[in-house]
Structures are given as C-alpha cells and as structure tokens.
Design a protein around this ligand. Structure first.
Ligand code: AMP
Length: 358
C-alpha cells in the first residue's frame, strides 16, 4: 500500500478530458500537483494541470518519463492498453488497480464477476461466432441488445434486436467483434451509485441518483431518486460489496436498472462518473475529491447529500444556454473549456440545487 501523499506531491492522470480536468481541480485544492498523459492536443485538463505529456499509449519512453515524474497514477477512462499498464505499474502504483480495469474492460468478464458475487445482471450470452449467435438467440432471445464486449460508451457499439431473426444482422452491424447479447430489461428507472473505497478499506457511497438518457447519452441525474428507502439501501450495499470484492481504491460508478423484482447491475465504471457530477454542488466533498483522497492514501470525506440536485449535461450547442442558466442563482455551472461545440460532445454541465426533501 502506498503511503499517504504529502502536499506538493504529484498525481499522474491518464486522460485529459473533462473528468481529468475536474480531478485536477480537486487535486489542486488538496495541495497536490497534477500531470496529465493524453495523446490528443489541447486537452481540457491541460488548462488546469501543472504539466501535460502529449504522447501515444504505445510510446514506452514517454510513459516511463511520465511515471518517473509523478508519485501515483490514476486515470479518467478504463480502456488503457495492457502494455501501457505494464510499463507504468513497474514504476509507480496505478490506482484503482489492474483487477478492476480487467474486470470492467470486458462486458463478459464484468458480468461473470458480478454473477459470482451474487449480484443480479440481465440474462446474457457470449458471442464469438455464428454458432454463438444462434445459441444466444435460443437462450436469451428477443427483445434484446447486442453490445460489443469492449470499447463501448455512450450507447455506441450496440444494436437492438426486436426479433430472434435479427441476430445475424446485429452481429454484422457490430463488425462481428466479440459481443454479448443481453435480454432487454423492462426497467422502471435507471439509477447509479457513486462509491469510494480508501486504501485502508473504508467505504463511502453517495446517494443513488436517477438517470435519464437522450440519444444514448446521459441527459440528467436527479437526487433524490424516486425510489423507496429500502431500494436506496440495497443499491448502496451492493456497491459496497463490489468495491470490497475488488479491494478497490478510488471512486467507481455503478449503473443499475430498477425492476419490479429489484435491482440489476447494467455496468460498472472504475472511475469518476458523469452521473456523479451532482456531488459537486450536492455534497461537501464531491466524487473528484473523494477519488483523489483515495488514491493519495488519505481518509475519505463525508458523502452525505445536503440538497436536492438536478444535474443536466450541456451537449453540443446547449452550452450556448449558459448565459440564461447562470442567471438562476441556485445553478452551479461547470464548463470543460472545449473550443468547438460539436454535436454530441459533452461541453459542460449544470447542477441546480434546491432544499433537501428526502
Ligand atoms: P450501456 O452502454 O450498457 O450503459 O447502455 C446504454 C443505455 O442503453 C442504458 O443506459 C439503458 O438505457 C439502455 N440499455 C442498456 N442495456 C439494456 C438492457 N439490457 N435492457 C434495457 N435497456 C438497456
């Protein structure tokens, strides 16, 4: 276990998007420096970090120099190539650790892990061949969703099946890459829990938020979620179970479906999560600070929510509404400093708070 980092220490962050940016701000508030590793030019995190390395994940020399220049390494995305991790891990601790990445990078590994843990997931079948497609149509059937096992995000790498005759075309659409067929869940709500675990094994979860997606991208997260107290408790306990089973260090997002038979896990993300942005204005200590505390070997903060919150993502041109939105004195504005408001691009978010009701 790494020793607690002292003020002035440097946290290395793989990925320079908005999550890396908000992690950098939190690290800076705690007296740390940050160093971003990002292949793309002018990353949003670069505007607030102390240092940026612009290099590919295949550039072993750049990875080595980066690792030597920092005290601990964390990341804002889960698809870090295994070879890059091999290089980095030899030099500095990478947190959350590799087992969590390996588990969540592949939907089949993730579902097997959750099932072993006694956590419910949608019925699923692995697909690697035409014969697997036929078998999956037998066992899971339709309606269902086929998803690539790796590299999916914001609804990308997915195909919906209305009938059992759609199997072959769906797999073609996904490029015949290894995939999973999931039974379509007729859920009443989507919720997520943002949980944190420290190096000493302390677990703190934020309240479950209720998520609404638009075009496959998160649109709003609302707190409190309109679910019973016992379901909220179930969601939090289940998240703690996952964190402990992985001996996880850092913040994780757990996405859940609410069904008449209880909760199903859709997916887990071994990082700070878009559906946890509400914590920035709804809690004294937000998900970004919680993550930095965990990877720095500090105790976790209090995850209690002091207000009701609605987080709304600003996608593409919606960022132009900021002038109007900011006229509301109870709206916290968070912009990512991206130059171009391309369609579908996350440009920022706002958190509207109101007095806590539940
Ligand atoms: P994912 O990329 O797995 O998070 O899926 C994106 C969105 O698709 C989810 O947030 C759900 O709204 C929907 N979805 C994914 N899997 C299922 C499923 N098995 N049944 C019903 N809806 C799903």
């Amino acid at each position: 276990m790494a020793k607690a980092l002292q003020q002035g220490a440097t946290i290395g962050i793989l990925g320079g998007g908005q999550l890396g940016r908000m992690l950098s701000v939190a690290a800076s508030r705690l007296g740390f420096k940050t160093h971003i590793f990002e292949p793309g030019a002018n990353p949003p995190a670069g505007q607030v970090a102390d240092q940026v390395t612009t290099a590919a994940y295949e550039d072993t020399a750049a990875l080595t120099a980066f690792a030597n220049a920092v005290d601990v390494i964390t990341f804002e995305f889960e698809n870090i190539p295994a070879d890059a991790l091999d290089t980095l891990e030899k030099i500095r601790p990478v947190l959350p650790a590799r087992n969590a990445l390996a588990t969540s990078q592949d939907r089949i590994t993730e579902k097997a892990f959750l099932t072993n843990l006694g956590v419910e997931v949608a019925p699923y079948a692995n697909i690697e061949s035409d014969a697997d497609v036929a078998a999956a149509m037998e066992s899971v059937g339709a309606p269902s969703i086929m998803k690539t096992r790796r590299f999916g995000y914001d609804g990308k790498g997915q195909s919906r099946l209305k009938s059992i005759d759609d199997g072959a075309s769906a797999w073609n659409e996904l490029g015949n890459t290894p995939s999973v067929l999931e039974g379509f869940i007729d859920f009443s709500r989507e919720i997520s829990v943002i949980g944190a675990r420290s190096q000493s094994g302390e677990v703190v979860c934020f309240d479950p938020g209720e998520n609404v997606h638009r075009d496959g991208i998160l649109h709003t997260t609302t707190l409190p979620a309109a679910i019973s107290g016992s379901l909220r408790m179930d969601a939090v306990l289940l998240t703690g179970k996952i964190l402990n089973a992985l001996e996880y260090v850092g913040v994780m997002g757990v996405e859940l479906f609410v069904t008449p038979n209880g909760l199903l896990v859709n997916e887990i993300a071994p990082r700070v999560h878009n559906s946890g942005h509400w914590t920035q204005n709804g809690c004294v200590i937000d998900q970004f600070e919680q993550h930095i505390r965990a990877v720095a070997g500090w105790p976790l903060g209090n995850g209690e929510r002091h207000s009701n919150v609605v987080m709304t993502n600003l996608i593409g041109d919606e960022v132009l509404d900021v002038e109007t939105l900011s006229a509301d004195a109870s709206v916290g504005v968070h912009l990512y400093g991206k130059a171009e408001a391309k369609a579908g691009r996350k440009m920022g978010h706002v958190n509207k708070i109101s007095p806590k009701t539940a």
